[in-house]
Ligand binder design. Structure first.
Ligand SMILES: Nc1ncnc2c1ncn2[C@@H]1O[C@H](COP(=O)(O)OP(=O)(O)OP(=O)(O)O)[C@@H](O)[C@H]1O
Ligand SMILES: [Mg+2]
Length: 283
């Protein structure tokens, strides 16, 4: 068996005075598309930041590409740079990620750091601006854009680098349906492409399309893992981890009732199992 991209052994992490992840052991292989599921505060973003070597485990070991991610190793700028070439994180909150004076500068920043030839930077920048429908924003100040526009800039600035490992934190949140479709199409098209993609999301409806395997977090612990089909079929799990919401509706007698609504692919369309598969077919 080949070396996993990430291997966590009994990893715990605490913010000052606040434990966030407890005793997590898992492996992620090259080329896997992984979904990280869990309610608000369950630890998804913290785990992604550990995988991106922004934080380091307070206990246990976390290896990436066979080497331990540790503060000592990353004090070496060469180690840090080599890692950032291979792994890219799109933050949940684009305000944290975005720092350049214009959208154009934001998107070309990474490629310039990587030392790409100028022509290639310009060509790829044009392509990614078009792909995310943000070409008209290229001279704007990113911190003055709308939430969804910022998110698209943040996604574009990482995707342009085509990193070997992509960490996406709620990539579809704050996006309008068309932009969501663009992100989901990218994730579907990445299937079998060799790139490892780890996506934190609340949106159970997209999990089967964007992931081959899912991990479920609750209260900082890994409580379940399996294929999307296995996870989505487990209504008790979804209810207990607050991933499925109660679907309220009024009956004819006027009484208000609630039942678990897991957002599974049971509302299929005639042209495919879900609207996202339909997007893929039309691509
Ligand atoms: N900077 C911080 N300082 C202290 N505690 C933090 C910090 N960031 C997150 N936490 C805490 O760590 C826990 C996990 O937070 P995290 O952001 O990883 O959750 P999440 O699963 O990404 O949630 P969400 O779905 O809301 O994005 C929470 O209890 C949170 O309050
Ligand atoms: Mg989060």
């Amino acid at each position: 068996m080949t070396e996993p991209i990430f291997a966590l052994e009994d990893v715990s992490f605490a913010y000052p005075r606040h434990p966030a992840l407890a005793h997590i052991s898992l492996r992620i292989q090259a080329g896997q598309r992984i979904a990280l599921l869990g309610a608000n505060g369950s630890g998804k973003s913290t785990l992604l930041k550990l995988l991106d070597a922004l934080y380091f485990p307070t206990q246990g070991t976390l290896k990436a590409f066979g080497d331990a991610l540790s503060e000592e190793r990353f004090a070496d700028e060469a180690v840090n740079f080599a890692f950032r070439r291979r792994v890219g994180l799109v933050f949940q909150n684009p305000d944290i990620q975005i720092f350049n004076p214009t959208v154009f500068d934001e998107i070309t920043f990474g490629p310039l750091q990587m030392g790409w030839p100028r022509e290639e930077i310009l060509r790829r920048t044009d392509a990614i601006l078009a792909r995310f429908g943000i070409a008209h924003l290229k001279d704007r100040a990113p911190h003055r854009l709308s939430g969804g526009e910022k998110k698209r800039v943040a996604l574009a600035s990482v995707l342009i680098l085509e990193p070997e490992v992509l960490l996406l934190d709620e990539p579809t949140a704050a996006l309008d349906p068309e932009s969501q479709g663009e992100v989901i199409r990218f994730l579907i098209e990445s299937q079998g492409g060799g790139r490892t993609i780890i996506t934190a999301t609340h949106d159970l409806e997209i999990v089967a399309d964007i992931a081959d395997y899912a991990f479920v977090l609750a209260g900082g612990k890994l409580v379940a893992e399996g294929t999307p089909a296995e996870i989505l079929a487990n209504e008790a799990l979804l209810r207990d981890t607050h991933l499925a919401h109660a679907h309220w509706h009024r009956h004819a007698d006027g009484a208000l009732h609630a039942h678990v609504h897991a957002h599974r692919h049971d509302h299929a369309h005639a042209d495919g199992p879900s609207r996202y598969r339909a997007i893929k077919r039309n691509a």
